[in-house]
Ligand binder design. Sequence first.
Ligand code: ADP
Length: 312
Amino acid sequence: EDEKKKYVKGKKLGEGTYANVYLGHARHDPSLLVAIKKIKVQKEYRDGMAPDAVRELTHLQELRHPNIISLLSAFSSKDQNLNLVLEFLPLGDLEMLIRDVDRVRYGAGDIKAWMGMLTRAVWFCHDNYVLHRDIKPNNLLIAADGEVKLADFGLARGFADPGQRMTANVITRWYRPPELLYGARHYSGAVDVWSVGTVFAELIIRTPYLPGDSDLDMVRLICRAIGTPTEDNWPGVTSLKEYTAAGDVHPVADKATYMNRFGSVGPEGVDLLMRTLILDPRKRITAREMLEHKWWRTDPRPTRKEDLPRKS
Ligand code: ADP
């Protein structure tokens, strides 16, 4: 209740699938701008949910890192809605830059800088036993100094699921790893690493790499582009709850195949990409191992954050 009094809500900034977002400022300091995200919670789930969610979110408030959006406060309003007070980041997100092909030019050094920031964010989450579960370009917000910040932790999302139909149509599954598509109940940081890999691919080709329009289509696209999961390349996969043998078995794509499509980041970049997209989550590179990869130290060096392309 006290948290709520610390901030003054202003005009509406935007509306997302799960939330309305308002500009706000600290009551004690009007120059301290914040974004207040009011999560839409379905009425039937509302009773008592917001206070629970607030408790669950307090540990995210302790997750402080330059590449993770700061959650300054969380409170439930009278109407039982969950409100998140976040760092104000008005320069848009990585998806806007990727899609604006006509006006936004970027190269290998820029991709390396953005990927470095994303990888450090994910490593920091995993090092603190937090999985993000919803990494995608639209959740990578850009700060005034050029820093990219991971936003929208899937946790809050879980409390605001607007129902089956919308879930199927709206939540993007393009960044979802095969183990989740196959219904694995035990999963790890490897789920986020896969998403990082698909964002890496998208930064290079400037279009989503695996834009499946259903879960089955996703599996088909992964099999065709990356390879069909089999007991050979992923022991145990055929026992997963939702495993489906989708038609022909495609061999796992080799380096030459990746070089054809993603060669602009060089052989080292392609090597890192391939390791993030390994089918068996146990063999996939970890965020920590990613940070030790040769690619970061190969030319071109990562662009300095103040020199990165931004929204025009
Ligand atoms: P979506 O994920 O569908 O974009 P969000 O609920 O995350 O929806 O955000 C809705 C809109 O609110 C965004 O498009 C953006 O314009 C704005 N917004 C969200 N978070 C922030 C923030 N931290 N700072 C400034 N604007 C924000």
